[in-house]
Design a protein around this ligand. Structure first.
Ligand SMILES: Nc1ncnc2c1ncn2[C@@H]1O[C@H](COP(=O)(O)OP(=O)(O)OP(=O)(O)O)[C@@H](O)[C@H]1O
Length: 264
């Protein structure tokens, strides 16, 4: 697959004290693709997300996003440049309505400023209406428009995940990073969310990178997979290639053996 790189990670390393969470990892994400970042537990996937989005500063290496060096940028700077993410653990304002949770993401990116909002100036009211319209549009795409006014904490878990997804989409990012979007979901919810991610990727053409543990889902929807193991790059390729790669099989089975499970 061709395409220009929207994100380039070069020789990226992150150490926490004596732990090498990432050790010289390099990969590219191409414009428009739906890619997956996989690897056994503790292999550095979330650390990579936290470095890309700016939660952590790298110990070494560079990150280039749309032609600009972004390593070391704070998260709000990277969000303003067009990155949007979801988290392993749902981070929603549980006591607020669904629509408000989605609008928060848009306010952060397109807010009209403190005084216009407080003084309810026409510019703030106009922008509020526009923000609401865009939030509703994303909820509609996720089949949640009818639930817009419900308190988010009262929704089933799978729907709460979708609200987070809608919030990330609402900012119309150039790069969407989904950190274990199916964490805590049952197999049916997982399959449903997988189909939703694939459909929205197709419709909105947003470059998407997801970290995911559910192999069936990730193999089924991603065009390309990047595999890390113990902080290092292991492989990158189409799902069928990755599935047949002996080093990937060994990394997963080796980990299972260490954990005391049978290595089938
Ligand atoms: N803030 C931190 N402080 C210290 N060590 C950390 C920190 N974050 C991650 N680590 C360590 O870095 C390594 C990589 O962790 P990371 O969470 O990135 O892996 P992961 O591939 O996302 O794991 P999982 O699949 O279990 O979510 C692990 O050994 C972890 O214990």
């Amino acid at each position: 697959m061709g395409g220009t790189a929207i994100l380039t990670v070069s020789d990226l390393s992150k150490r926490f004290g004596g732990v090498r969470a990432l050790d010289g990892v390099s990969f590219e994400i191409r414009e428009g693709e739906l890619a997956g970042l996989i690897g056994p537990n503790g292999s550095g996937k979330t650390t990579a997300f936290n470095l890309i989005t700016g939660v952590f500063k790298p110990t070494a290496g560079t990150i280039t996003f749309r032609g600009t060096r972004v390593d070391g940028n704070p998260p709000d700077r990277n969000a303003a440049l067009g990155m949007s993410r979801t988290f392993q653990n749902i981070r929603l304002f549980r006591d607020l309505p669904v629509i408000d949770n989605v609008m928060v993401g848009l306010h952060m990116r397109h807010g009209t400023g403190f005084w216009p909002t407080v003084l309810r100036l026409p510019v703030a009211r106009r922008s509020e209406a526009e923000i609401r319209r865009r939030a509703l549009e994303k909820l509609e795409m996720l089949g949640l428009a009818a639930r817009a006014e419900q308190i988010v904490g009262s929704l089933p878990y799978g729907d709460q995940r979708k609200v987070e997804f809608a919030r990330a989409l609402a900012t119309e990012p150039s790069l969407l990073l989904l950190d274990e979007p199916t964490a805590g979901m049952n197999p049916q919810e997982t399959a449903d969310l997988g189909r939703t991610i694939q459909r929205l990727h197709r419709e909105l053409k947003i470059t998407t990178l997801l970290v995911e543990h559910d192999m069936k889902m990730v193999m089924g929807i991603c065009e390309r997979l990047i595999v890390v193991n113990q902080g290092r790059m292991l492989a990158s390729g189409a799902p069928a290639e990755i599935k047949a790669d002996p080093s990937v099989i060994e990394a997963y089975l080796g980990r299972r053996r260490k954990d005391g499970h049978a290595a089938a």
